[in-house]
Ligand binder design. Structure first.
Ligand SMILES: Cc1cc2nc3c(=O)[nH]c(=O)nc-3n(C[C@H](O)[C@H](O)[C@H](O)COP(=O)(O)O)c2cc1C
Length: 290
């Protein structure tokens, strides 16, 4: 039997760096700061930088050409900072120059439109090997390379690996306002530059984005309790909630849920309870009704 026709699709050969030579994958990017051998802080733009360990230990995966300054410095010091900027078209020319492989450190220094400041964490700023961070960044993750992963062993039959895959544990995470508050309140969002890669006819390609919007979720049984579970377990690292406990709050009107949870966190802490289960939740709610 012949293959069914799929009108409109054209097969595309996979070339190296396929995500930018054979496909369209819009990405955010970080300006990765690391410490050079002479003690100065260098900057390497990197788009292949994604959340990796999404529960504790929290980490990012960074893929960097093995010969980049960034990769050399992380292999030597084990430290880096991921700095994220808001969209500014004028800065993109400088970022493209910082991102051209083979530039000397002096060339890069001349291309540098950013201010470098010590880590906001004084203890870290004093540690050798910990880079400065970018003053203009709205978001910074300070990281340590987790050497226990070995992602650079070439798979059977593959050519030598030309890139390092660093699992970076996020030690400290910093945000500027209003974005720290926006994590809880749902906005405003930072306007971030989008990177489309190095592609024909031989340039780095970027885009801006429109205002983010939310999509209303369908009413699905259990979804409300799931939302409460998510919120409850973000309030205080010392107090966690079980799903059963959260289900008991399903009937509480949405605007009051956070307040109710905060009251239960306070009650749990004063009772020395680290995990709020259904029984504790019932007892606290019973008491507060009296
Ligand atoms: C926006 C942008 C994203 C980039 N992403 C990556 C990446 O994810 N991995 C990589 O190896 N190179 C990437 N590059 C190229 C590096 O920035 C380039 O190799 C640069 O020389 C690294 O600087 P360094 O040698 O100081 O580390 C990117 C370049 C730009 C402009």
């Amino acid at each position: 039997m012949s293959e069914p026709e799929r009108p409109g699709f054209v097969p595309v050969g996979l070339r190296d760096n396929f995500y930018q030579t054979s496909a369209f994958i819009p990405m955010s990017f970080a300006l990765v700061t690391t410490v050079h051998e002479d003690g100065t802080t260098g900057i390497g733009p990197h788009a292949l930088c994604f959340p990796f360990g999404i529960t504790s230990p929290h980490s990012m995966l960074l893929i960097s050409r093995a010969t980049s300054g960034t990769a050399h410095n992380i292999r030597r010091t084990g430290k880096c900072a991921l700095n994220y900027l808001e969209f500014d078209r004028d800065q993109l020319t400088a970022i493209a120059r910082l991102g051209l492989p083979g530039q000397s450190l002096d060339d890069k220094q001349r291309a540098m439109p950013f201010g470098l400041v010590p880590s906001p964490d004084g203890g870290r700023a004093a540690q050798p090997g910990c880079p400065k961070v970018i003053a203009e960044a709205f978001q910074v993750m300070e990281c340590t390379w987790d050497r226990s992963y070995d992602l650079d062993r070439p798979p059977a039959g593959a050519a030598e690996v030309g890139a390092n895959h660093f699992v970076l544990q996020v030690d400290r995470q910093w945000l500027r306002e209003p974005f720290a508050a926006a994590l809880e309140d749902g906005g405003p969002f930072p306007r971030m530059p989008i990177f489309f890669g190095f592609r024909n006819p031989g340039d780095f390609w970027f885009a801006g984005h429109a205002e983010p919007f939310s999509v209303p979720l369908p009413k699905v049984e259990g979804l409300e309790a799931q939302g409460i579970f998510y919120l409850a377990n973000r309030l205080d690292p010392a107090v966690s909630f079980t799903r059963e406990a959260c289900e008991l709050l399903s009937g509480v009107p949405k605007p009051f849920v956070k307040n109710a949870l905060q009251g239960i966190v306070a009650a749990a802490k004063s009772a020395g309870v680290a995990e709020v289960g259904a029984d504790f939740m019932r007892a606290v709610r019973e008491r507060s009704r009296v």
